[in-house]
Design a protein around this ligand. Structure first.
Ligand code: IVH
Length: 673
């Protein structure tokens, strides 16, 4: 008897090992070669079998099992990844010694063997990546991580068009390291889209590339348009004995190797290279921040070796931030959409990194004081890795202006007396309801996608309506008539009607989003939701005490004060009366209140498809309020799928193969009734 058990145990363990291998191979054939050998169904059945076996054999748990990593999440083919697999680098990913000084470059060169050739390359300013090729196939793409371990972001890397998925004539195992970059043009397009969607902007292409590589959505990564340059080959039994020759071989294998790589033989040649690229790099489609110098001969590289962190056979020269001095004509003040007043430097126009600079932010009062800046000074303006120019100091102080700097006292837009909240660096205009940029800001916020989501009304149209004095506040929007809009520049009957329809539809937006849309200071989307769950209507909220408000999760003293202050202002109460009269939802529809049941407690539910009775967001809420959890992808832990129309066929297949039940919208609503 005991023998028989042992036998089964052993068989099951063998089966685990075999299944892991088979599924790994299938993933690879599917994703890398785009030549699947297993049908989706067979894949899912085997994956499920492996999951079951692993559950029965916890002693065989392995983070590298296909049940645990990206490939298995990707088998839904939806492009969504749950998390990246962590991989230990075969060779640690080191960084380079940096210098800004030409003298140090010279010093470094003198320490090298007399006959050393130097390969000069551009230092690309993106994210380093290590591409692993096994038997001609790209099998892993690992980020630097902490230098020892990184994330395998292969699904995202596979979207980069200039990275070969297969190579011919290359060694069995090798690694190519390089830089993943978001070209300037794609960076600008991405930021423009983000601005329109009111999402935070990326400060530079490096941050954008980094944010993009971390995405768990390969489709979105593909859309953003990353690119790559490779600059370092690693492995055993590699061809050629110099770094340069290896790069040329890699180029012949089809890899993107920069055309800017040069072999130099003297300090003069190196300096010429540096000076040439310091200007010429501005014409490149991607960001660079310096030059990398490497000893060409690999035997010499080996002799020189490494320090703990960096190779001795390479050094990076970083371009200095471009810097100019110019006269600060005047400090003016800009009022933002939230009332924050920002001092702005108005400069004598000056050329910097190919653009003319005339204005630069001075951030706030403390910044101006700390640099001791006065109107009339000659100031330093520089552009570093960020694209926005900044003032970095005084080059020559004005002879006439010596008094300490004082911030203005009144709002330059509406004349209200400014206030500075304790603990904040900013001065603000408190006239929320009457100050033009703030009025526009409130209107823009109100119509935004996450708030009332009004079709046809974006920031530009709001500006136009405001300038034409057709709207001053959010309630005015609901008084708009077709003839008000139809005659405006760029509008006809159809587009005007579209806006009116959008406004009409917004009358179905639930209470919590209306509350968010009102734009009460610091009441963001999530906080609004939590408040709306506690207070069933605007009337209840209006009379809430500070203590009641502060008992809500996420609501601290400041937010509570802001809410109380909002209702203490007559113009706001008038607005609310008009919005109510216009038909906006100002109270919870029975089912949006706090937790209603524990009917779904402990259940993981996937939502898929298009719904009739509620939006996806609303279903998510309903699930949460009944104790359930909404999850993204189907696994054997999924309790059931709430399916609308057009549920993804892959999800359906997967659910079927895992035996996860699929509930229609009506079945679900009945169940939680
Ligand atoms: S060589 C062991 N070459 O700069 C040396 N790095 O500060 C490996 N970089 O981690 C790096 N362009 O992300 C090398 N042509 C180039 C480079 C380059 C950009 C990045 C890379 C590296 C960092 C070091």
């Amino acid at each position: 008897m005991i023998d028989l058990f042992d036998d089964i145990e052993r068989q099951e363990r063998d089966e685990i090992i075999a299944l892991r291998k088979e599924l790994e191979e299938a993933n690879y054939r599917y994703y890398v070669l785009s030549q699947p050998t297993l049908s989706d169904r067979d894949f899912d059945v085997k994956m499920r079998r492996l999951q079951d076996l692993e559950a029965a054999h916890p002693e065989m748990a392995d983070p590298n099992s296909p049940t645990q990593h990206v490939g298995s999440d990707l088998n839904t083919k939806s492009g969504k990844i749950e998390k990246f697999e962590q991989v230990t680098h075969r060779y640690p990913m080191l960084s380079l010694a940096n210098t800004y000084s030409e003298q140090e470059i010279q010093d470094w060169l003198t320490k090298l063997p007399q006959d050393a050739e130097i390969v000069c390359e551009l230092k690309y300013d993106g994210l380093s990546i290590s591409l692993w090729y096994e038997e001609g196939h790209l099998t892993k793409a690992v980020t630097r991580g902490d230098g020892q371990k990184g994330d395998n972001v292969l699904p995202n890397i596979l979207t980069i068009p200039n990275i070969p998925h297969t190579v011919q004539g290359a060694p069995q195992h090798f690694e190519l390291r390089g830089e993943v970059l978001l070209p300037w043009a794609n960076f600008e397009r991405l930021n423009a889209e983000r601005e329109a969607e009111e999402e935070p902007l990326f400060a530079n292409p490096r941050n954008a590339a980094s944010g993009t590589l971390k995405l768990l959505d390969a489709e979105e990564v593909a859309r953003r348009g990353l690119t790559c340059y490779l600059y370092y080959m690693l492995g055993e039994n590699l061809p050629k004995q110099t770094h340069y020759d290896r790069l040329i071989v890699a180029r012949e294998w089809g890899f993107p190797i920069s055309d800017a790589v040069r072999v130099c033989h003297s300090l003069q040649e190196v300096m010429d290279y540096i000076h040439y690229w310091d200007t010429e790099r501005k014409n490149l489609p991607v960001a660079t921040d310096g030059i990398v110098l490497k000893v060409n001969n690999l035997a010499q590289q080996q002799q020189l070796g490494f320090t703990a962190k960096t190779p001795r056979w390479a050094i990076a020269y970083k371009f200095p931030a471009e810097k100019q001095h110019t006269r600060l004509h005047a400090i003016t003040y800009q009022v933002g959409r939230t009332g924050v007043v920002t001092p702005v430097a108005n400069l004598a126009p000056v050329q910097l990194s190919g653009t003319m600079v005339q204005r630069a932010t001075l951030h706030n009062e403390d910044f101006v004081r700390s640099l001791n800046i006065h109107e009339g000074d000659e100031v330093w303006v520089e552009k570093g890795g960020e694209i926005i120019p900044k003032i970095s100091g005084v080059f020559a102080a004005s002879k006439t202006q010596t008094e300490a700097y004082h911030f203005i006292e009144c709002c330059p837009e509406c004349g209200a007396k400014l206030v500075r909240v304790e603990g904040e660096a900013a001065w603000r205009c408190p006239n929320e309801a009457g100050c033009p940029p703030q009025q526009k800001g409130k209107l823009e916020h109100f119509v935004a996608r996450k708030a009332m989501n009004i079709d046809g009304l974006g920031a530009e149209t709001i500006d136009l309506l405001y300038e034409k004095q057709l709207v001053h506040n959010i309630a005015d929007l609901y008084d708009l008539k077709i003839e008000d809009i139809a005659g405006l520049e760029g509008f006809g009957q159809k587009s005007a009607q579209n806006i009116l329809d959008g406004l009409e539809n917004s009358k179905h937006v639930p209470w919590e989003r209306v509350l968010f849309a009102l734009g009460i200071r610091m009441v963001g989307e999530t906080t609004a939701k939590k408040i709306a769950r506690r207070f069933a209507s605007i009337d209840d909220l209006q009379w809430a005490t500070k203590e009641q408000l502060m008992s809500i999760e996420d609501v601290g003293e400041q937010i509570a004060d802001n809410i109380i202050n909002y209702f203490a202002q007559m113009p706001n109460l008038e607005l609310l009366t008009r919005l109510k009269a216009a038909g906006l939802i100002m109270e919870a529809s029975g089912d949006t209140m706090e937790t209603q049941s524990t009917l779904l407690s402990g259940q993981s539910i996937v939502i898929s498809g298009v719904f009739v009775h509620h939006s996806r967001e609303e279903y998510k809420e309903i699930i949460e309020r009944n104790g359930g959890k909404n999850v993204g992808s189907v696994s054997k832990k999924t309790s059931f799928i709430l399916a609308g129309d057009n549920m993804g066929p892959e999800k359906r297949k997967k659910a079927e193969s895992l035996g996860v039940s699929i509930l229609s919208e009506d079945e679900f609503l009945n169940m939680i009734k």
